[in-house]
Write a protein that binds this ligand. Sequence first.
Ligand code: ATP
Ligand code: MG
Length: 174
Amino acid sequence: LIDDLFFFSKLDMQKLEFQFEAVSVRPFIHDLMEEFELELEERNIQFEYHDNLSEDFYFNVDRKRLHQVFRNIIGNAEKYGGQQELSIKVELNRSDNFVIATIKDNGPGIPEDKLPHIFERFYRIDSERTKDLMSTGLGLAIAKELVEAHDGNISVSSKINEGSCFKVMLPTTA
Ligand code: ATP
Ligand code: MG
C-alpha cells in the first residue's frame, strides 16, 4: 500500500522516471507471457498466449512498467476469477500503428454500471466480500497511468458470468 501510494504521488508530480527504450514487441511479450504461464500453471490456472502478429515491430517502452501493467491485470483475473476452471487468455494483435494485447478471463465478470469506474483510484467492487487488506483499489488506476505514459490506451469489456476482457493498446514505432 505504501509503495502504491508513493508511486502515485510521484506520478502526480510527474516525477516518476521512465526508462524508455526501443524494444522488439514479439520477443518481449513472449518472454513476459512465459513467465506468467509458469506462475499460473503452478496454481492450476489455464493460460494461453497467442501472438497473431504477422511480423515483428518495435515499441518504445519501459520494460518494468509494462511488466507491472500486465501483472496488475493478470493478478486481478486470478484474484477475482473464482476457483473452478479459471482460464486466462492473452492475444497479441495489431491495428493501425498500435499493438493490442487483450487479456481475457472467464471469471465472474464486472457489472455494467461498475465498469466505468474500475480504473478510478481506490475503487473496488464489493469491497466487503473481498476484504483483503492488501487490496487498495489502485492496481488498475496504476495500470492506466502507466499505459497512458506510453501514449497508449487501456479499456475493458465484461459480461456477468462470462468474464472480463482488458485491452491494452500501445503505439509501435516501426
Ligand atoms: P489492488 O489492485 O490495489 O490490490 P484491487 O484489485 O481491488 O486492489 P484494481 O486492481 O484497481 O483494485 O481493481 C478494481 C476492482 O475491479 C476490483 O476490486 C474488482 O472488484 C474489479 N476487477 C478488476 N479486475 C477484475 C476481473 N478480472 N474480474 C472481476 N473483477 C475485476
Ligand atoms: Mg488489483
